[in-house]
Design a protein around this ligand. Sequence first.
Ligand SMILES: *[C@@H]1O[C@H](CO)[C@@H](O)[C@H](O)[C@H]1NC(C)=O
Ligand SMILES: *[C@@H]1O[C@H](CO)[C@@H](O)[C@H](O)[C@H]1NC(C)=O
Length: 315
Amino acid sequence: MHLALVCLLLLGVLEVSGAPNADEIKYLPGLSKQPSFKHYSGYFSVADNKHLHYWFVESQKDPAGSPVVLWLNGGPGCSSLDGLLTEHGPFLIQDDGATLEYNPYAWNKIANVLYLESPAGVGFSYSDDQKYTTNDTEVATNNYLALKEFFRLFPEFSKNEFFLTGESYGGIYIPTLAEIVMEDSSINLQGIAVGNGLSSYELNDNSLVYFAYYHGLLGTSLWNDLQTFCCKDGACNFYDNQDVNCSTSLYAVQNIVYNSGLNMYNLYAPCAGGIYAKKSRKKYLSDTFLQQFNLVDIFIHEHNERVVNLPTVYC
Ligand SMILES: *[C@@H]1O[C@H](CO)[C@@H](O)[C@H](O)[C@H]1NC(C)=O
Ligand SMILES: *[C@@H]1O[C@H](CO)[C@@H](O)[C@H](O)[C@H]1NC(C)=O
């Protein structure tokens, strides 16, 4: 009896040397046919009793010979399940919110992709002490610790080519993480990629106003106000301008860009289903269910900008 128990425990320990069996997803509801590739969901424990949820999908073609790719959606505070279930994962949530269809453009056609929900507080990721205040440095450290856990639990992938990728606030997440990973020779980092990356709020805000005006979204009257109140001697500050009238004009710009129903991620794309003022963003994400995963309590950007209880997180 005791011996059997010891053997079982030993078996449990030995299994750690391969992919963690307990994390393997054997059945996923919503699919008409279960996938031919393996996939796993579980937690990586990182610093300060934080637990980051992951969903790892193996390559559909030769997992052992395919690269490993980490994916992080932005925010800060976006769930990487956005990426998995609505962007480039193997299965996409349909408009009924219940069924999944295979994605012909899935990245795991040629790569093993690790979707990580980070930081703690996002999606299924949590902290034992329920403290969720964080900052860019701490996030990068914990993402690195999560990668170490990944390679510990999936040692068969430790020699594969490895890439760090993300979008939006990934413009912060990815380079800050790469700085740490580059110092670790046990990880075969080959490259990084960021789509639609945010690297500076100042550049972002200042370029947005010109982009909106030159695409005909603002009109002459608002543009004249912006020029009058936000610009001096040929230089404009649409970022942290203290002029109250400039702020009022910028508020109007923000309403047009973010709240009027435009797809700000792809202005020229055909708008399936027409323009839904206010609802458009949910429509764009295709699933209100996913919105619940996107959350951040208090986030301190490296320039000490505080992002508190975001009503809408741009992923
Ligand atoms: C970031 O968080 C860490 C861990 O809580 C803390 O030690 C550090 O001082 C913070 N940095 C900033 C700039 O707030
Ligand atoms: C700013 O706006 C206020 C209220 O609309 C207005 O009374 C004031 O004249 C404006 N300031 C300038 C410099 O035009």
